[in-house]
Each structure stands twice: as structure tokens, then as C-alpha cells.
Design a protein around this ligand. Structure first.
Ligand code: FES
Ligand code: FES
Length: 160
């Protein structure tokens, strides 16, 4: 077994640290070492987007990064969306507009949508489709997701 390295980062506003092998993927570090299992693992090679998080404010696939590469970074995962027991407007909109079925893609879809709304707070439907095209959903047919992101964009705090 390789020597363990220390990884320190800020996740959802909290300083965290763990020790892992240098080859450990960031998504596995989040799930296994930090207990943040909201970020899902799908394809494990950068295609499906289920593992998407915000890394220093930008959407990134945590399955094609090593944990050591995120040392010193600021991350936001799906667990950081709800605050004070209240769902984030995007989460509310996904629930309201049937933006999920099995929920497997949902963490990545939510973080990708948040990145989109922070970059473009008033996207057209075409821009929403383009924005979420980096995440694959096998269930919804996408219309519910587009409806949800559009609704969140019109809600105060939708991109907080
Ligand atoms: S699990 Fe990372 S892109 Fe599919
Ligand atoms: S809700 Fe099932 S994969 Fe998207």
C-alpha cells in the first residue's frame, strides 16, 4: 500500500481533512473518507456527470480528479445546498416539477444547474438544455428538469 497523504480542503463551508492514498479519486475521498455520500458515482470516467461538484465555484467531475489535486480547494457538494433545514430553491423546483425519478443523476444535475444559474441567472430553455447536457439522466426525458431549472431561475435565491 502506498504511503498515505493528507488532504485538506473546505467542503460546504467547513474545513475538512483526511488521509488517503495518492491515487484515490476525489469522489471516493468525499464518499468514503468524509462521509459525503450525496455525490454519486456512475461511469467513473467523466461521461455521466453524476459525480459533479463545484470546485472553487465551477462545476467539475470528481471522478476524474484525484483527491490530492483538490488539496486547498473550496468545494460544494449536494449536501451544501439545503440550509437551516430548508431545501435550496433548485431542490424545491426539482421536487415541484418532477425533475427526478430514481434520483441517481440528481446530485450532479443539481450542481450543474447551480453552476449554470450562477453563470447565467436568466437562461433560455435552449441554454438550460445546453447547460445540463453534461449530465445524463436515464429516467426523466429531461423536460421536468428543464422546467425545474427555469422555475428556479425565477425564484429569489435560485442561484445562491
Ligand atoms: S461518475 Fe463521474 S462522470 Fe460519471
Ligand atoms: S432521475 Fe434517474 S437517472 Fe436521472
Amino acid at each position: 500500500m502506498a504511503d498515505l497523504v493528507t488532504v485538506r480542503l473546505k467542503v460546504n463551508g467547513v474545513e475538512r481533512e483526511g488521509r488517503c492514498e495518492p491515487r484515490k479519486l476525489l469522489v471516493d475521498f468525499l464518499r468514503e473518507d468524509l462521509g459525503l455520500t450525496g455525490t454519486h458515482v456512475g461511469c467513473e470516467h467523466g461521461i455521466c456527470g453524476a459525480c459533479t461538484i463545484l470546485l472553487d465555484g465551477q462545476a467539475a467531475r470528481s471522478c476524474i480528479m484525484l483527491a490530492v489535486q483538490a488539496d486547498g480547494a473550496e468545494l460544494m457538494t449536494v449536501e451544501g445546498l439545503a440550509q437551516d433545514g430548508k431545501l435550496h430553491p433548485l431542490q424545491e423546483a426539482f421536487r415541484e416539477h418532477h425533475g427526478l425519478q430514481c434520483g441517481f443523476c440528481t446530485p450532479g444535475m443539481l450542481m450543474t444547474s447551480l453552476d449554470l444559474l450562477r453563470t447565467n441567472p436568466t437562461p433560455t430553455d435552449e441554454e438550460i438544455r445546453e447547460g445540463i447536457s453534461a449530465v445524463l439522466c436515464r429516467c426523466t426525458g429531461y423536460q421536468g428538469i428543464v422546467n425545474a431549472v427555469r422555475a428556479a431561475a425565477r425564484t429569489p435565491g435560485g442561484s445562491r
